[in-house]
Design a protein around this ligand. Structure first.
Ligand SMILES: Cc1cc2nc3c(=O)[nH]c(=O)nc-3n(C[C@H](O)[C@H](O)[C@H](O)COP(=O)(O)OP(=O)(O)OC[C@H]3O[C@@H](n4cnc5c(N)ncnc54)[C@H](O)[C@@H]3O)c2cc1C
Ligand SMILES: *[C@@H]1O[C@H](CO)[C@@H](O)[C@H](O)[C@H]1NC(C)=O
Ligand SMILES: *[C@@H]1O[C@H](CO)[C@@H](O)[C@H](O)[C@H]1NC(C)=O
Ligand SMILES: *[C@@H]1O[C@H](CO)[C@@H](O)[C@H](O)[C@H]1NC(C)=O
Ligand SMILES: *[C@@H]1O[C@H](CO)[C@@H](O)[C@H](O)[C@H]1NC(C)=O
Ligand SMILES: *[C@@H]1O[C@H](CO)[C@@H](O)[C@H](O)[C@H]1NC(C)=O
Ligand SMILES: *[C@@H]1O[C@H](CO)[C@@H](O)[C@H](O)[C@H]1NC(C)=O
Ligand SMILES: *[C@@H]1O[C@H](CO)[C@@H](O)[C@H](O)[C@H]1NC(C)=O
Length: 468
């Protein structure tokens, strides 16, 4: 049941309606009452909304994009309507995943890792071809076993950041040092491709690499058992969710500000049809919780001191048409001089095979902010240099074009090893339920939708349901 809305909320909404942003000025705000107001309709926000609705809670979801789905990007070929995914691609075959897809009536199929593409390798920094055995740095199976043996030391990493005190020093080593210490060189490059978007992965604290590539992912990778949508259209999951949630979702909507009171929260947003006020018993924040991304929130000193510590890396997915790289080639960036072949970022991971004429996906990461224009320029320059030096036929119709480009930023949220050592994550976890606010999403678990849904299911939803 909806908690009693104090009259203070009504007073506040009257004030909000007259002091809204420019687009809503002068318009009277609509008011709805819901059990839970969810900020962000990506992976964790949509999952939470669907599950809460299943549990008979009323929700409102505020999403700034014109669709649900967050990091999902589904390309639709305009000539044929054929689709493929180049954002979120696969999930793990777990009960949380299969129950969710079954409920939304979206069929799953195995997502085989081996593509029909011809693999090719180059050092993108100087556009020189690299032979496939540049990566033959040891026994992959043995490396995988050694990695799993390390993970087995930290069972608490599976769900959330429930770290012991003191935090084991191995988790705070730069990942490159951890790889050297435990002789994991055989799988370091593979992990760098799974954990895309972390900037320079060998410099990142080991904790974040282990969270992003947990045992469930390693085993799915080595047994080739990931699942994806049978129709190669991951957006379908989110479109079905939108149908179920109906008018509970506010798309194309920006949060202007949120005020939290003793027993209710008030969310003021601008929607395409004017200002909207949402009164709720509880708030669920699913956007990246770095301070700059939650400027709409009436943060207090405790929240500011925690959320202000996040740093992040940056990640782009793009589709390039007409590069001159043959359709059936998948071209991977390897730096044979660098430890484990892992190239320095900013840079490209791969020109990926997609199975449609003229198209390759291109994935790009940076440890620091870059404009989309700079990313595009770098991709075009590297594509041209590679096509020339690898002897491919240069594009005939002028310059290649981007038919997809999405900046997924800020991507991986991290804090310093000093902060982790001093108990950052204990205090961060203490934000759950404080000021009628709950939190979920990648910063609370990892860049891993299956694991985020599992964390949300086990940790966040029981508390939310009990509170409303
Ligand atoms: C290219 C790419 C490929 C990936 N591939 C996989 C994969 O194959 N398998 C896998 O498990 N994981 C994959 N991931 C990781 C996974 O998708 C993410 O970890 C997951 O989407 C994170 O969920 P989230 O809810 O924290 O954030 P998001 O899914 O990003 O959701 C946040 C939502 O909040 C919205 N938003 C942000 N700010 C505001 C605001 N102020 N007001 C309103 N709305 C706002 C955003 O538009 C977004 O919809 C991939 C990620 C990327 C970028
Ligand atoms: C939700 O409501 C429906 C219809 O009233 C009921 O059948 C169902 O048991 C309820 N579910 C929960 C989890 O309370
Ligand atoms: C593609 O889908 C759209 C919308 O569903 C439809 O109008 C169009 O005719 C389809 N085009 C092809 C080539 O099938
Ligand atoms: C998921 O795993 C189950 C066995 O646990 C299997 O029967 C099913 O086929 C798998 N699903 C897919 C889509 O591969
Ligand atoms: C690789 O390691 C596995 C597991 O330790 C072992 O069974 C296998 O014999 C090794 N292969 C080679 C070629 O050494
Ligand atoms: C790959 O494509 C090229 C033309 O772009 C063709 O000559 C070659 O036979 C193809 N190779 C395979 C294995 O399909
Ligand atoms: C490219 O750089 C590598 C070192 O990273 C070097 O070994 C190689 O000779 C260079 N190739 C060219 C063509 O410059
Ligand atoms: C954030 O990370 C980048 C890249 O690792 C680094 O250059 C920068 O100093 C970091 N910023 C903070 C505030 O720690």
């Amino acid at each position: 049941m909806l908690c009693d809305i104090l009259s203070i909320c009504a007073l506040a909404s009257a004030a909000a309606a007259t002091t809204g942003d420019h687009s809503s000025r002068g318009q009277k705000a609509d008011v709805v009452k819901r059990d839970v107001c969810i900020i962000g309709g990506g992976s964790s926000g949509t999952y939470s909304a669907v599950r809460l609705q299943q549990m008979n809670k009323t929700v409102a979801v505020v999403e700034r994009n014109n669709r649900l789905g967050g990091h999902v990007n589904t390309y639709v070929n305009p000539a044929t309507n054929q689709t493929f995914d180049y954002g979120v691609i696969f999930w793990k075959n777990t009960t949380v995943v299969t129950d969710y897809f079954a409920y939304l009536d979206v069929p799953l199929a195995r997502s085989p890792l081996v593509s029909p593409a011809i693999p090719a390798y180059a050092d993108f920094a100087n556009a020189s071809r690299v032979s496939a055995d540049a990566l033959a740095t040891g026994n992959l199976t043995a490396g995988f076993e050694a990695y799993l043996a390390q993970l087995a030391k930290y069972p608490y990493l599976t769900t959330g950041f429930d770290l012991p005190d003191p935090v084991p020093e191995d988790l705070l080593l730069p990942f490159g040092d951890f790889v050297r210490k435990y002789d994991l060189g055989a799988i370091a490059f593979t992990i760098s491709l799974y954990n895309q978007g972390m900037g320079n992965i060998l410099a990142q604290p080991t904790l974040y690499v282990l969270k992003y590539f947990p045992a469930s992912t390693a085993i799915s990778a080595f047994t080739d058992s990931f699942v994806t949508t049978a129709r190669h259209n991951n957006q379908e999951l989110y479109d079905k969710a939108l149908e179920k949630l109906g008018s509970s979702v506010f798309l194309d909507s920006n949060v202007i500000r949120i005020k939290r009171y003793h027993d209710c929260v008030e969310v003021l947003t601008s929607t395409p049809t004017g200002p909207q006020i949402i009164h709720a018993s509880a708030l669920l924040v699913t956007v990246p919780p770095e301070l700059a991304s939650v400027g709409f929130l009436d943060t207090d000193g405790v929240e500011q001191s925690l959320l202000g510590q996040f740093n992040s890396s940056y990640y782009w997915d793009t589709i390039l048409e007409g590069s001159g790289i043959p359709d059936n080639v998948s071209l991977t960036n390897i730096d044979p001089q660098a430890p484990y072949g892992v190239p320095a970022m900013p840079g490209i991971y791969i020109f990926g095979y997609v199975g449609m004429p003229g198209l390759h996906t291109v994935y790009y990461s940076s440890p620091h902010p870059l404009s989309d224009a700079a990313v595009k320029a770098d991709i075009l320059a590297q594509a041209a240099a590679l096509v020339q030096s690898l002897g491919y036929k240069p594009p005939v119709n002028g310059s290649p074009t981007f038919v997809g480009l999405n900046a997924h930023n800020p991507f991986e949220l991290t804090v310093s090893t000093e902060a982790i050592r001093k108990g950052f994550y204990g205090r961060f976890g203490g934000l759950q339920g404080r000021r009628r606010t709950w939190w979920t999403g990648a910063a609370w678990q990892a860049q891993d939708s299956s694991a985020i849904w599992d964390f949300t299911e086990r940790v966040v939803l029981p508390q939310l349901v009990a509170a409303c």
